[in-house]
Ligand binder design. Structure first.
Ligand code: PLP
Length: 378
């Protein structure tokens, strides 16, 4: 297969039980959840319920009904932003967001004239808490930040930002794409009102899974309407979670896989996973620094970042480096803007992009050594 170092895009490999569970469900069950009352359908209901519960527990959240499944975090973010924001509302975000947040906000700016204020990040990707305080207005209706950058890994002070939002009674939404499953998050301690997640990255589940954890009473208008399996004679979308935001047949096969991903994380211990990835990241940072003509972006400190590192090599195109690493050394890394042009403005690479490595739980120091060998022999 080669050496996979693109875990920030999607994690690979997955624990064996993830694919086994998807296969087992498709072969031995295959029924819809929330619809039928025969035994197999009840099993399907239970799988979905247990997965809601396990995901909630991972973030110290005790209300499985408020764990909503979606097809990925992009859908989650769309549901939340479009469900809360109204014409002319004011929103605060950061200058390092992924397009899942940024394009959705820009689209809403065009469609319903929301006003966007940006808390500027420094060269290392950190926002200044005081800037956020200053940006708050009377009509601020939402604050949204990623917990960690997908380009330079910077971990934001989410707890402090959440406290400001709470003090001002403004819904605080977190894009947890790079964080959920990678390091401990406590939805209450970290003052998060709405946590959005994707299933296929550090949660180790299959693509096509994601969700929203709603830890507040703010109203979210449903983006989609349709069948929910219950209250069918009622002509409008029901007003209770999860059905209010979860319409149409669920990806129960995918959810089976996600359940195993989350069980794996619980069994290994999220602290242990985090520590192993930190150790590999620290090792990679140290080794990369010795590569001739390399420029490494972001905080070069494994305590301040997730296991994502962006770099360039002077006089070489990022795409060319990634291409040679793949074709000559069978090493998979990403090159370009990584769906986050804003982050590249922060580090000054919006014209050239970066090479990005995303280290995962199943990588080894040997993988890093081979990467370094490849970079030294391009
Ligand atoms: C910070 C961040 N937000 C959102 C996304 C979008 O994730 P998905 O494609 O699973 O919806 C990503 C994926 O790279 C990400 O890194």
């Amino acid at each position: 297969m080669g050496i996979y170092l693109d875990n920030a895009a999607t994690s690979f490999p997955k624990p064996n039980k993830v694919s086994e569970a998807v296969y087992d469900f498709m072969v031995n069950n295959g029924t819809s959840s929330g619809r039928g009352s025969y035994k197999k359908a009840m099993e399907s209901d239970y799988i979905v319920y247990e997965t809601r519960k396990l995901i909630g527990e991972l973030f110290n959240f005790k209300n499985p009904k408020n764990v909503i499944f979606t097809s990925n975090i992009t859908e989650s973010i769309n549901i939340v932003l479009r469900g809360i924001l109204k014409e002319g509302d004011h929103v605060i975000t950061s200058s390092i967001e992924h397009n899942a947040v940024w394009r959705t906000l820009k689209t809403l700016e065009k469609e319903i004239k929301i006003n966007i204020s940006i808390a500027k990040c420094d060269n290392y990707g950190f926002v200044d808490i005081n800037d956020i305080k200053e940006l708050i207005r009377e009509d601020t209706s939402l604050i949204i930040f990623n917990a960690a950058s997908n380009v330079i890994g910077t971990i934001q002070p989410i707890k402090e930002i959440g406290k400001i939002a709470r003090d001002n009674k403004i819904p605080f939404v977190v894009d947890g794409a790079q964080s959920c499953g990678a390091y401990p998050i406590d939805i209450n301690e970290d003052n998060i009102d709405i946590l959005t997640f994707t299933g296929h990255k550090s949660l180790l589940g299959p693509m096509g899974t994601g969700g929203i954890i709603i830890n507040c009473d703010y109203d979210i208008n449903p983006l989609k309407t349709g069948g929910t399996g219950g209250d069918s004679s009622y002509e409008y979308q029901v007003d209770y979670y999860p059905n209010k935001l979860e319409t149409g047949t669920l990806n129960v096969g995918g959810i089976c896989g996600l359940r195993e991903g989350v069980k794996f994380i619980k069994k290994e211990g999220i602290e242990n996973i985090h520590n192993k990835e930190k150790e590999l990241t620290s090792y990679a940072l140290k080794k990369l620094e010795d590569v001739k003509d390399i420029i490494i972006y972001g905080p070069k400190d494994c305590d301040k970042i997730t296991s994502v590192i962006s770099f360039n090599i002077k006089n070489k195109k990022a795409e060319e480096i990634a291409h040679i690493l793949d074709r000559k050394f069978n090493i998979m890394v990403r090159a370009g803007l990584h769906c986050s042009p804003l982050a590249h403005k922060v580090i000054g690479t919006n014209e050239i992009g970066t090479v990005r490595i995303g280290i995962g739980y199943f990588n080894t120091k040997e993988d890093i050594d081979k990467l370094i060998y490849g970079l030294n022999n391009l």
